[in-house]
Design a protein around this ligand. Structure first.
Ligand SMILES: Cc1cc2nc3c(=O)[nH]c(=O)nc-3n(C[C@H](O)[C@H](O)[C@H](O)COP(=O)(O)O)c2cc1C
Length: 366
């Protein structure tokens, strides 16, 4: 199938993209002491040079003591780290690309690959790392207010440095998602509650803080997932109605684009319809959405961490859905991590040159 649908331009607020391909945010841990190096800038620049429409950075953390769980994850605060990010965005722009940082706070999710521990306090809505598993004390009101304003400050810095967009990491069982999930949020104050809509309050406050920091023109992307790293079978929203109650306050708070994380983009979100998560999010909110999950590869990404390789896979199903405007943008993770030329090869129909994904790709910045 022709890949033209992927190469239509896209505009929303001040964000204009030459095509629909988004580099998915991927933690690389090549930033010693939190400072992105010139190699990190060159890694992103290579994707900009090779037709990636929008680059989302690896998760980069806001200023809270334990926002990260690995010392080589980049910070998005402090003079040196921000100078590193300035180089990144300048190189991406020089290559004709567009980019946003993915603003992250891991909450109580620890890194299974590392024994490193950030200084306390660890932030978690109810002090739990997974349902029933106490890890630390519940966040105080002061910690919640400080975390919200740390996201706003990071977004203000992103705008000042010249980034085109910001993405909030609200997915995969990290801090913001720990507020959404009844399994990790048993608070009884205004940041907790029996309904998903009530537990969306923290995320909505983060979005509002970012909107106040960046003004009305800069697009804000919010990444969400039903699944958690603590439990892949969790679904926050069991029905379209519940999904609507989750997403509506987030959109009203100022979210422009919803980035709907699935491990396999073709899986229907609810019975009785083929629509995936991004399809439903677009239908329910009217907002543009990004889909993701095993685009162009045979296997999904958590298996890749366990060492499984993947082969290039057909894009036809994805293209059919994109042509129907089920969603607006398509994030691609491992295929672009391993091969900076992936988007260019697709545009030029060089499908036989697309590469397999092997775990070894994670060990270097290609
Ligand atoms: C090495 C690696 C690091 C990742 N780090 C992040 C991250 O920092 N933030 C995030 O939201 N998702 C992260 N993800 C998930 C990806 O953004 C993406 O959703 C996932 O890899 C599925 O896309 P794919 O099948 O095209 O690889 C990571 C994935 C990989 C493979």
């Amino acid at each position: 199938m022709a890949s033209d649908a992927l190469f239509r331009p896209f505009t929303h607020r001040s964000l204009t993209l030459k095509n629909r391909i988004v580099m998915a945010p991927m933690t690389r841990s090549f930033s010693p002491d939190g400072v992105p190096t010139p190699d990190v800038a060159a890694y992103y620049r290579r994707r900009a040079e090779n037709d990636v429409g929008l680059i989302l950075s690896e998760g980069t953390v806001v200023k809270r003591p334990s926002a990260k769980n690995d010392p080589n994850v980049p910070d998005f605060h402090g003079e040196q780290a921000l100078a590193g990010w300035k180089r990144v965005i300048d190189e991406v722009h020089a290559a004709g690309g567009k980019m946003g940082p993915q603003l992250w706070h891991v909450g109580s999710a620890r890194n299974p690959m590392s024994t490193w521990a950030a200084p306390p306090p660890v932030d978690a809505p109810s002090g739990l790392s997974s349902p029933g598993k106490k890890f630390t004390e519940p966040m105080t009101d002061e910690a919640i207010a400080d975390a919200i304003s740390a996201f706003g400050q990071a977004a203000a810095d992103a705008k000042r440095l010249g980034f085109d967009v910001v993405e909030i990491h609200g997915a995969h069982g990290y801090l913001i998602d720990q507020f959404f999930w009844a399994g990790t949020n048993v608070r009884t104050d205004a940041f907790g509650g029996a309904t998903l809509a009530e537990r969306s309050r923290f995320a909505a406050e983060v979005v509002k803080s970012i909107r106040a920091a960046v003004g009305k023109d800069m697009a804000i992307i919010l990444r969400l997932s039903q699944w958690k790293q603590q439990d892949f079978t969790v679904k926050l929203a069991q029905t379209p109605k519940e999904m609507e109650s989750w997403l509506t306050p987030l959109v009203e708070a100022g979210t422009d684009i919803l980035h709907c994380s699935q491990r396999r983009f073709w899986e229907p979100e609810f019975e009785g319809s083929e629509l995936n998560f991004a399809g439903w999010a677009k239908k329910l909110t009217g907002k543009p959405t990004i889909t993701v999950g095993s685009v162009g590869l045979s296997g999904e990404f958590t298996a890749a961490f366990r060492g499984e390789s993947s082969k290039p896979a057909s894009l036809d199903n994805l293209l059919r859905r994109l042509e129907r405007d089920e969603f607006d943008l398509v994030a691609v993770g491992r295929a672009i991590l391993a091969d900076p030329q992936w988007a260019r090869k697709v545009r030029e129909d060089r499908h036989d040159e697309l590469q397999d994904f092997h775990k070894e790709a994670l060990a270097r910045l290609a």
